[in-house]
Ligand binder design. Structure first.
Ligand SMILES: *Cc1c(COP(=O)(O)O)cnc(C)c1O
Length: 456
């Protein structure tokens, strides 16, 4: 009663002198250890004042070393994607090709991102990327911004602000979060003119809505949903033809924007960028980290005139990408130019892996998990592209249903996420399933280690 409870807590200086804590300092740095110790002691002080008996010194150093270790692991640590979602937004969408990772490391120091080697003058940042996109899509010009949301915004604001843009009611999409097409259009400064119905819009609906104030006809790919049955809306090609006869622009937000057809992996095709260009749109935009399988970026391809106007707009500077993104995107595009995208781009490698090879991996994984003391059964699954592409079609896959006696599936999934590396399994029908289509080299071993550490 008479003793001050704070007296029972050690001084920070004394803790820092302990041999175990000195080892922590040697491994992780004085600043980081002191940072964790200060917040720990502050918490213990308030707890002591509230009447809690302070922990012993060994308990304090154990808690401290746990905190330091957790903080020493970067927030963006390695994760094993056993979810079966190939482009998992929560896990950073597409894993990058090895060539793109190497290019980012090379570019991380000083790099001539905007300097001409022959003259030393300022140069266009995305020059090589533009040349490759011209070859791959048949466009006249191309530019790159932060993501496809920014690309849509730049396209609308630079080309249509202050004027009317006609869109089908069936294409006023919400991509997720705050990205809703009507809101984006309002922000860009253009006036949205809706035509048609949710399920059907006719070319004449667009035609009748054209006024002297009209700047463009906009086509939006309904990436993450499909309208089936009595449904139909003119394609980008029909809109481009109408726009041409009326002296208007035709714009296309492709979303995923495929450079190669999805039929190669047995899925119905997502719209091809080259088809849109060929159909005569003035500009179309798509993501760098969806079906392209590269870094987060928004890519705009179109006519030289449209791209020139977009580059000259102040928003282009606000939305511009860093040298790391440019390096990774350039390296990714080289695989499409070389034709080795199926082997070299992780998304395409995972998607085109033969089912029997996935099954072999699942069988080996189940054996290793059983040996580690877990319950494991090989099960047929469906993997999904993710990121709003091919939303209602699964890719045949094989996984391992796993369980650890005494631990509920949700808790098992939580402990696997908290491990190093973090492992993300799928929870389905009350069971934890590790889908093998999204595992990459070394992932199965990491998964077995993670499960073993939960078993004991
Ligand atoms: C995904 C998507 C976007 C947003 O792209 P991000 O790269 O995620 O910013 C915009 N429009 C459509 C149609 C999309 O599918």
């Amino acid at each position: 009663m008479t003793d001050n409870p704070l007296r029972l807590l050690p001084a920070a200086g004394a803790v820092l002198e302990l041999p175990v804590v000195r080892d922590l300092v040697a491994a992780h740095g004085h600043g980081l250890v002191r940072h964790c110790l200060r917040s720990l002691l502050a918490e213990l002080r308030s707890a002591a004042l509230a009447g809690t008996v302070p922990p012993s010194l060994p308990e304090i150093t154990t808690e401290l070393s746990g905190r330091v270790r957790r903080l020493a692991v970067p927030a963006l640590r390695r994760a094993v994607n056993a979810s079966g979602i190939l482009l998992h937004t929560g896990l950073g969408r597409s894993p990058l090709p090895a060539s793109a990772i190497a290019a980012m490391v090379e570019a991380a120091g000083s790099t001539p991102v905007q300097a001409s080697l022959s003259t030393g003058d300022r140069s266009l940042r995305e020059e090589r990327i533009e040349r490759m996109l011209c070859e791959l899509t048949g466009c006249e010009a191309a530019t790159v911004v932060n993501n496809n949301a920014a690309a849509t915004m730049l396209m609308l604001t630079a080309l249509t602000a202050g004027r009317e843009v006609i869109v089908s009611r069936g294409q006023l999409v919400e991509i997720g979060g705050a990205f809703r097409m009507p809101d984006v259009m309002a922000m860009s400064g253009c006036k949205l003119v809706e035509v048609g119905c949710t399920n059907r819009t006719h070319l004449r609906d667009y035609e009748q809505a054209i006024t002297p104030q009209t700047a463009a006809l906009l086509h939006v790919h309904t990436s993450n949903y499909r309208v089936r049955g009595f449904a139909g809306t003119p394609g980008a090609g029909e809109l481009a033809a109408l726009a041409r006869t009326r002296g208007l622009l035709a714009l296309d937000d492709l979303g995923s924007g495929a450079l190669v057809p999805l039929s190669g992996i047995g899925l119905a095709d997502e719209p091809m960028v080259a088809d849109s260009v060929k159909a005569g749109v003035s500009a179309c935009c798509f993501s760098g980290d969806k079906l392209l399988g590269g870094p987060q970026a928004g890519i705009i391809v179109g006519t030289a005139e449209a791209v020139k106007r977009m580059r000259a707009h102040p928003s282009a500077r606000m939305f511009r990408v860093c040298k790391l993104t440019l390096a990774a995107l350039e390296a990714t595009l080289v695989h499409f130019i070389n034709g080795d995208w199926r082997e070299r781009i992780p998304f395409w490698a995972m998607a085109s892996r033969p089912l029997e090879s996935v099954r072999d991996e699942a069988t080996r994984l189940a054996e290793a998990l059983l040996a580690a003391g877990a319950r494991a059964t090989v099960v047929d699954t469906l993997a999904y592209v993710g990121s709003g592409s091919a939303p209602d079609e699964g890719l045949p896959s094989v996984g391992v249903r796993l369980a650890v006696p005494g631990i509920a599936a949700g808790e098992l999934a939580r402990r696997l996420r908290l491990g190093e590396p973090s492992v993300f399994v799928r929870l389905e029908g009350g069971a934890a399933i590790a889908d093998c289509r999204t595992l990459r080299e070394g992932d199965a071993e990491s998964l077995v280690k993670a499960v073993s550490s939960v078993v004991c």
